[in-house]
Write a protein of this length. Structure first.
Lengths: 313, 297
């Protein structure tokens, strides 16, 4: 009897071993289960009420007409995939994501490398983080002053052209042409570089110094250290950075909306604009089908990323 | 090699070392100018007299000739905009307090609901808890637009549309703060809880007496990140609040016309102050939170 108790206690000290030994029975396990449920209940009830159940309703509505609620099968889905606005928005959003995320990851890594060599980089790091705290509405005013045809950017470029004699006056319109896409990219980088740098830096500083010392003793140069020790050790950080950048890439809608309104130049017409416009026009049938498609797609992407991440360990 | 040659290589070495050091600094400092530029623009623009501002911006909105002008020190510096905004614009205060109400209610609700949930995920591995956590992560990553319709359906049914609750309730049940506080709780060595359990402490006592004090950096980082996020609320009030008197401050600025650029910049500056204040106070926690969000299960 005593032996058994001792064994149980020693197993209990290692909760993982314990859960492997006897999942689902034992008084202590049941107590744990009860505690888990109690602590989680308020949150889960809220999530169920405000997110999960209504989303089931949305799935149901994606097979119905908007007003009468008649069952129409896959008609809504067919409709959105023939819808020019939807296709344009998907294309732009995909283009934005594909351009921005690798760019942000690389820029952040570069800055983090430079910063990791610096003895006192704390001030620079806070300056890089500061744009996170800038309210979008505040920044949009400045964007307009900078990117309008007679704004600061053109003034600056013209001055450079005047001094070097390479080009004359620049009168490019950045917000009304395809360049608006790159304005969004720039403002995304401007806002998000800070936390990317912090994450990379945390990853770089977490690499044990002995590892690098040992490599140096063995004659590895700076590049070899980076290639064979630092980069492989940063895989975990990469996953997080990609996930967070992805999450934040949807928030670029705020800038796009405040600068250009509900119907911006066609290169920056994003999915977010489309959902908003459908919402305003009460086109719930299309909206439901699109929400199911986009949500399902993101779900799959996140799952694949998570699987890759787990395998990297 | 003679002595002179040695001296030359030494000098080259020093010059290269010097260049490398300053190149790094230059690479890092150049972008900081880009980052500081908007703040300087807002600060200097907010004290420019209306007439002077009109001259600055005339090329942009009027003639279409020439370029925008700007002066670091305006010819006629004035605090008229600040006076007008703070003493003669009641709408500004209504929206300011709306914003404060949103932030305080949402953060309080998130802490009340989310922190116990984070603790549940961090300390009790029971059957199904990993699947549920994965579900929470997925929900955290869903953009607002995907859940907009579902939120609307439930808010409409509960008759909450066009009230502050329409923005507050869905935000309270956001799963992002759970993820951050989870990181804070996971950073505590679990032996501590086991020891307390053996000494006969109940689960609630362990949570309140041990987990909360030791895991508070995760909570604080959730508060700081949450503040910056909800001070900047846009999509939710635009979709769920028709009455402009209910809007937060972040939607007030775009309503100011271009003819009042100085006034708008002044309002920008005042909107920026609370966010900057929280940023400066909570920067360590902010960083910690960003790093926690990178912790693995």
């Amino acid at each position: 009897m005593h032996l058994l108790e001792d064994k149980e206690r020693s197993l209990h000290n290692n909760s993982w071993a314990r859960s492997k030994w006897n999942v689902g029975n034992g008084r202590k396990y049941r107590r744990k289960q009860l505690a888990f449920l109690c602590f989680l209940l308020p949150s889960f009830a809220g999530v169920l009420l405000f997110v999960l159940l209504p989303f089931l309703d949305v799935i149901k509505r994606s097979f119905q007409t908007a007003v009468t609620g008649e069952l129409t099968g896959l008609k809504n889905y067919g409709l959105i995939f023939k819808n020019q606005a939807f296709l344009l928005a998907v294309k732009n959003t995909a283009r934005f994501t594909v351009v921005c995320i690798p760019l942000l990851v690389l820029v952040g890594l570069f800055v983090a490398f430079l910063l990791s060599g610096l003895k006192d980089g704390a001030v620079i790091k806070s300056i890089y983080l500061f744009p996170m705290a800038m309210p979008t509405a505040t920044i949009v005013l400045v964007w307009k002053l900078v990117f309008y045809r007679q704004g600061f950017l053109n003034l600056f470029l013209s001055k450079i052209g005047e001094i070097t004699g390479l080009w004359g006056e620049v009168t490019m319109d950045y917000l009304g042409t395809g360049a608006s896409f790159w304005v969004l990219v720039a403002s995304y980088l401007w806002k998000n570089t800070g936390y990317t740098v912090v994450l990379w830096l945390a990853g770089i500083l977490a690499i044990p110094n002995e590892l690098l010392e040992a490599a140096r003793v063995d004659g590895a140069g700076r590049w070899k250290c980076i290639r064979y020790i630092i980069l492989p050790n940063l895989k975990g950080s990469l996953y997080t950075i990609v996930i967070l950048s992805f999450l934040n890439s949807f928030k670029i809608y705020r800038e796009a909306y405040l600068v250009a309104g509900s119907y911006p130049q066609e290169n920056i017409y994003l999915l977010q604009h489309l959902f908003n416009n459908w919402f305003v026009n009460l086109e719930f049938d299309k909206m439901a089908a699109a929400a199911v498609c986009v949500g399902g797609f993101l779900f799959v992407v996140i799952m694949v990323l998570q699987r890759l991440w787990d395998r990297a360990d | 090699m003679d002595r002179r040659g040695q001296g030359r290589t030494w000098i080259i070495g020093v010059v290269f070392g010097w260049m490398k050091k300053y190149m790094t600094a230059a690479c890092l400092l150049l972008p900081t100018i880009l980052i500081a530029f908007p703040v300087i623009l807002i600060l200097t623009g907010s004290v420019v007299d209306s007439l002077e501002m009109r001259q600055y911006l005339l090329p942009v909105f009027g003639s279409g000739e020439g370029y925008i002008r700007w002066k670091l020190m305006p010819d006629y510096p004035t605090f008229e905009h600040y006076g007008r905004l703070l003493f003669m614009t009641p709408a500004f205060f209504v929206l300011f307090w709306n914003s404060v109400k949103f932030v305080v209610c949402i953060l309080a609700g998130q802490l009340l609901v989310g922190v116990p949930a984070a603790w549940a995920f961090a300390s009790y591995q029971v059957r199904g808890s990993r699947v549920l956590f994965a579900l929470y992560v997925v929900l955290m990553l869903m953009p607002f637009q995907v859940t907009m319709l579902s939120s609307y359906l439930v808010l409409d049914r509960l008759a909450l549309m066009n009230t502050h609750s329409a923005v507050i309730f869905p935000a309270v049940f956001s799963t992002f703060p759970i993820f951050l506080s989870y990181g804070g709780f996971r950073a505590i060595p679990p032996q501590l809880f086991e020891a307390a359990r053996i000494d006969g402490a109940g689960e609630w006592r362990i949570f309140v007496r041990i987990a909360l004090p030791l895991g508070k950096s995760g909570l604080l980082s959730a508060i700081v990140l949450g503040f910056l996020e909800y001070w900047n609320l846009m999509e939710q009030p635009l979709a769920f609040l028709e009455d402009k008197a209910l809007w937060p401050l972040s939607l007030y600025l775009p309503e100011i016309s271009w003819m009042q650029a100085g006034f708008a910049l002044c309002a920008s500056f005042i909107t920026l102050i609370p966010a900057a204040f929280v940023f400066v106070l909570g920067q360590d926690y902010l960083e910690q939170g960003i790093i926690y969000s990178g912790l693995k299960e």
